[in-house]
Design a protein around this ligand. Structure first.
Ligand code: CA
Length: 190
């Protein structure tokens, strides 16, 4: 998609098809009116010179969310917006490219879907090019490592039944996974 290189014609030129005109070029014409019975030529030659229209150019790129916190195997879709010199904005999520600094921690698809792989930090660099102008932005990704001992609320080195029930509650609220509840339960039986 090219947004540049358009030719501006003077406002008095009304043509069904304005393609084929060169920028910074003078065109000469004679007006002619045709009807059913009459054709009138206007003898005086006129001219106009075309100008180039300064269409908006790509100015910045932003991604939402700016930072992502995920548990293992969770995903987050990014939304990428391009801002132009005339302050208009366009969703370019599908056209942008994505690179993860650490695919062993988090991968990112061509469509901008981040998926957690293992605990740690990664940065996703988002870039988009239009008319030879490239803008980039980054998204920080943190993948949490689950520690079942975090449910040892009283810090006594033992997971008791109240702490197992707290983990079960978090599971039913969607806060942790079934596997993580089982890790807490294993410490209770351990
Ligand atoms: Ca305890």
């Amino acid at each position: 998609m090219s947004r540049r290189g358009s030719v501006r014609l003077p406002s008095f030129v009304v043509l069904p098809n304005c393609r084929g005109y060169q920028v910074h070029t003078t065109y000469y014409f004679k007006a002619k009116v045709e009807g059913d019975k009459h054709t009138v030529d206007y003898g005086k030659q006129r001219s106009f010179t075309t100008e180039e229209i300064a269409l908006p150019t790509l100015e910045s790129l932003s991604a939402e969310p700016e930072s992502v916190g995920l548990n293992m195997d969770e995903s987050q879709q990014l939304t990428v917006t391009a801002t132009y010199s005339d302050e208009t904005m366009t969703d370019v999520t599908a056209e942008a490219s994505y690179v993860s600094t650490d695919p062993l921690v988090a991968t990112v698809s061509e469509a901008g879907l981040i998926t957690a792989v293992a605990g740690g930090d990664a940065t996703v660099t988002v870039s988009y090019t239009e008319d030879g102008i490239t803008e980039t932005t980054t998204v920080s990704v943190t993948v949490g490592v689950f520690d079942p001992w975090s449910y040892d609320f009283n810090g006594n080195g033992v997971i008791d039944i109240q702490e197992v029930l707290a983990a079960a509650n978090d599971y039913f609220d969607g806060g942790i996974t079934k596997e993580q509840v089982l890790e807490v339960l294993a410490l209770y039986f351990g």
